[in-house]
Ligand binder design. Structure first.
Ligand SMILES: Nc1ncnc2c1ncn2[C@@H]1O[C@H](COP(=O)(O)OP(=O)(O)O)[C@@H](O)[C@H]1O
Ligand SMILES: [Mg+2]
Length: 262
């Protein structure tokens, strides 16, 4: 199976703190990988390394076999990596639809220029882009909210809109940072369906950070566990649930349990 992502010994330090310390991971095309670990483990920082917010102090990142370690964030978006944020970042002064339009892959000046030079009318191109975005809104279940202000949506729907916006750049790999945070169990069921749709129908890869262990165990092919910046375990969901070091890393944390009833 083709490898889409390969992180080799990535390290980044903030002063004395190694927020991510020699972390390696590989993702095969078609697999859903979850990154778990206690707060402060380095999960979001690893996403920041993957998306180019930070450059690693050492180590390398390969995407589809290409070394992207030195690429800037927008170049990585063009290569096909997109993300959502742990703290929702939507454009507050824009509608739901507009939030997708600004991110749309076809909206870059270059792309519009190319379509005009190629004889395609600008109006027609614009209509196509709006249709693409409306289609994405339908996929994330927000089509009837297109004209509402993004920040007027309930929290769970804002998270879905962020996923829609991440899809709007036509990525091959979508990084979801705690997509289920603040969602109720019904919304999480919808989120699970959406992630399967992204993977199976849209043929995109998903790497996610999530704290809800029931959700993670259910959806992941492979789980990578970070603690204090280091990878302490990885494997199949059933292996991770039995891993003593993983259980210990979480001990005493009231919010954490593998048990169904929690
Ligand atoms: N820009 C930064 N400057 C200094 N410290 C940071 C920065 N970003 C993250 N950290 C620190 O790195 C550690 C890992 O943070 P983070 O990746 O956000 O953890 P997680 O997402 O697993 O909860 C934390 O101790 C955090 O305070
Ligand atoms: Mg985080």
């Amino acid at each position: 199976m083709a490898e889409i992502l390969n992180v080799k010994d990535a390290t980044i330090r903030f002063g004395a703190l190694a927020a991510v310390n020699k972390v390696s991971l590989a993702q095969n095309d078609g697999d859903i990988i979850s990154l778990i670990g206690p707060n402060g483990a380095g999960k979001t920082t690893l996403f920041n390394l993957l998306t180019g917010v930070y450059r690693p102090d050492s180590g390398e990142i390969f995407f589809h076999g290409e070394n992207i370690t030195a690429l800037k964030p927008h170049q990585r978006v063009q290569k096909g990596i997109s993300r959502t944020f742990q703290n929702i970042r939507l454009f507050a002064a824009m509608t739901v639809l507009e939030n997708l339009l600004v991110a749309n892959a076809g909206c870059s000046g270059e792309s519009v220029l190319r379509s005009v030079l190629g004889g395609k009318g600008l109006a027609r191109r614009r209509r196509e882009i709006v249709e693409q975005c409306e289609h994405l809104l339908e996929i994330v279940g927000l089509k009837d909210k297109a004209a509402e202000m993004a920040t007027s949506l309930p929290y769970g729907q804002q998270r879905l809109l962020e996923i829609g916006r991440a899809l709007s750049t036509n990525p091959k790999l979508v990084l979801l940072d705690e997509p289920g945070a603040g969602m109720n169990s019904l919304e999480k069921e919808e989120l699970t369906k959406l992630i399967y749709h992204i993977k199976d129908t849209m043929k995109k890869n998903v790497l996610l950070i999530e704290h809800d262990m029931k959700f993670v165990m259910n959806i992941s092919h492979h789980i990578v566990v970070l603690d204090h910046g280091e990878k302490i375990a990885e494997g199949l969901p059933e292996e991770i649930q039995r891993n003593q070091q993983v259980i210990e890393a979480y001990l005493g944390r009231a919010t954490f349990t593998f048990a169904e009833e929690a």
